[in-house]
Design a protein around this ligand. Structure first.
Ligand SMILES: [Fe+2]
Ligand SMILES: [Fe+2]
Length: 315
């Protein structure tokens, strides 16, 4: 950082502020987002980005005197939050994330809780430029599929929550891997493939999220049983898990990446159709195709997103 010019910092700052215009309230998420966009503009090394991410995320939760602020941030109960702080091993990042989840608006209305989910998803997505707004888009795509399949309201709520937090285990993957512009080597893939396991570990330990922990952590499973991280066959995958898998691949292919442009929609759908019955549940792929054919767009709807932001995020 010492060799960075002030003008670079200022231009990066204005860029980051532009990007965050219209984002929901949420101090940790905003700090995280701004900090990670700055890191990107300043081209900080991957290791420093990882350190910065965790520092920004948990800077208010490092000691018990900040419990009230943490509680306010996540909308929970101050006393419970303080007690929770002492019960955590703060050296472990999983503990930190589980803490944040557990005290997310425990008594809030459904709408309020869902808003907080969006903030948490924003934090997950902020870690890497590659995953910027990914969780939010996956939630929007999953909801479109659910509408086509006429899922019940309760199932849709569970699906949306699982979608917003499906990649929370990616917080365990170092930025040097997440942000690598080229192909990953075998060792790096091995690390990436652990992220659904950590999604499960985090969500399962928070009672209110445990009901969708298994589904959320099954988004890289395949209908033929050759997915990861459990490698279970289609019979073991719920409708929620199947929808998440399709929505996740759809967004991964259709979002622009630093090393390639966004794939055209018909090509994305072609790849999904090729995977019917092997990678993906045929009914789910058909429902997604039907939604696309109707002209459904999958902009995140938890926040006001400008098209320019999405384009910038996809670099
Ligand atoms: Fe994933
Ligand atoms: Fe994902």
């Amino acid at each position: 950082m010492s060799s960075v010019k002030l003008s670079d910092v200022l231009s990066a700052m204005s860029y980051a502020l532009d990007l965050t215009e219209g984002q929901p309230q949420g101090h940790a998420a905003r700090s995280c987002l701004i900090g990670m966009r700055l890191a990107e503009e300043l081209r900080l090394p991957a290791d420093e980005r990882s350190d910065l991410f965790y520092a920004l995320l948990m800077k208010d939760a490092g000691c018990s005197s900040n419990a009230a602020r943490v509680s306010q941030l996540f909308g929970g109960n101050d006393q419970d939050a303080k007690r929770g702080l002492w019960e955590r091993d703060w050296r472990k990042w999983r503990e930190k994330i589980a803490y944040a989840l557990e005290y997310t608006e425990p008594d809030g209305t459904l709408v309020e809780r869902l808003r907080r989910f969006g903030v948490l998803a924003l934090v997950v997505d902020a870690k890497s430029a590659f995953t910027y707004q990914h969780s939010d888009r996956v939630a929007a795509i999953a909801e479109a599929i659910a509408a086509e399949m006429a899922l019940s309201d309760a199932a849709r709520v569970r699906l949306r929550r699982a979608a917003l937090l499906h990649d929370i285990g990616k917080l365990s993957v170092p930025n040097r891997i997440l942000d690598k512009p080229g192909k990953l080597d075998e060792d790096e893939w091995t690390v990436v493939r652990t992220h659904p396991h950590f999604t499960y570990e985090i969500l399962a330990r928070v009672p209110v999220f445990s009901e969708f922990a298994y589904d959320a952590s099954s988004h890289h499973e395949r209908i033929d049983g050759r997915g990861y991280h459990r490698g279970v066959p289609g019979e073991a995958l719920s409708q929620t898990a199947r929808i998440l898998a399709a929505a996740d691949i759809f967004d991964a292919l259709s979002a622009a990446r630093p090393y390639r442009d966004a794939m055209p929609l018909d090509r994305v759908l072609g790849i999904l159709h090729e995977g019917r019955g092997t990678h993906l549940c045929p009914l789910t792929v058909d429902a997604l195709s039907a939604a696309v054919a109707k002209g459904t767009t999958f902009l995140p709807h938890g926040q006001a997103i400008r098209a320019a932001d999405i384009a910038a995020a996809g670099r």
